[in-house]
Design a protein around this ligand. Structure first.
Ligand code: FAD
Length: 148
């Protein structure tokens, strides 16, 4: 397939010949695809090999959320959450045609693994770590009647 920016070719003979590449990426999941794109856009002669097909692995199972890593708070990985939240903001700014906010309702019932107190503490911390201009609203709490 040819792209206007730089040529992308499915070229097995080139891989089997003596052609020299600057970069060989193994795996065409999101990370491999991005690494190859980044290398090629810097002018490096780049090859990518994929055992199955583009996105055949974990990348096809992703829910495609540009999330801020809420679940990592459970492991006290605050730096990682902060980093993910910054990345969320950057992606929303760079690609507003692809990244849009989605609202979720997280029901919490009696006896849930993460109870209301812990969830609220986590979400307040999450909103705090997301300081600065964010593409999404801060969390809100609804009691059962208000939500219904
Ligand atoms: C259910 C689920 C939901 C998720 N939801 C989200 C989400 O909402 N947001 C988010 O940011 N992340 C999410 N993730 C995480 C995200 O999907 C992964 O972090 C990401 O897809 C990993 O990409 P990858 O390129 O490292 O791996 P992969 O997508 O697995 O790519 C690896 C590729 O390498 C190929 N390969 C392996 N060995 C070889 C070899 N020897 N030679 C050639 N090719 C090889 C495989 O065929 C595969 O295509 C989710 C993950 C899961 C499972």
């Amino acid at each position: 397939m040819e792209s206007a920016a730089f040529p992308l070719r499915r070229d097995i003979p080139a891989l089997q010949s003596d052609t020299e590449f600057d970069v060989l990426v193994i795996g065409g999941g999101i990370y491999g695809a991005w690494a190859a794109y980044d290398a090629a856009s810097r002018g490096l002669r780049t090859a990518l090999v994929e055992a199955e097909d583009w996105g055949a692995g974990t990348s096809s199972a992703s829910s495609k959320l540009i999330h801020g890593g809420l679940r990592y708070l459970e492991n006290f990985e605050f730096g990682l959450v902060r980093h993910a939240l910054t990345e969320r903001r950057v992606l929303a700014r760079l690609a507003p045609h692809m990244v849009r906010p989605i609202n979720f309702v997280l029901p919490v019932w009696r006896g849930a693994r993460v109870g209301m107190g812990r969830l609220r503490a986590g979400l307040v911390l999450y909103d705090t770590l997301a300081w600065g201009r964010q593409p999404v609203q801060r969390h809100k709490r609804f009691n059962r009647d208000r939500l219904l």
